[in-house]
Design a protein. Structure first.
Length: 99
């Protein structure tokens, strides 16, 4: 059985202003089965433990090479480009500002 992995660059979280932990590539396993409810504890979980594994690599090529060595089918999700909105502080007080 061939496992499918997803390789991506994580996005910046809303709680940070810098771009820390966004330059590495992450390899994580795609879920094989759906979630199930544990009747005793009330937790939601899966029967497999591979959903807890996240491998980090410095380049996309290293992550793809590792997946190929292990015999996993890799799906690469390219990062979206950042959009820069250039504004001046004076634009907040402009008379022709659309509200």
């Amino acid at each position: 059985m061939t496992r499918t992995v997803r390789i991506y660059q994580p996005a910046k979280t809303a709680m940070q202003s810098g771009r820390g932990n966004t330059r590495q590539w992450v390899l994580e396993f795609e879920p094989v089965q759906g979630q199930r409810n544990d009747a005793l504890m009330g937790w939601v979980g899966k029967g497999e433990t591979t959903n807890q594994v996240r491998l980090r690599f410095t380049t996309k090529a290293e992550a793809l090479a590792h997946a190929k060595r292990q015999g996993w089918a890799a799906r690469v999700q390219e990062p979206t480009a950042r959009r820069h909105r250039i504004k001046a502080y004076a634009d907040n007080f402009a008379y022709n500002k659309v509200t």
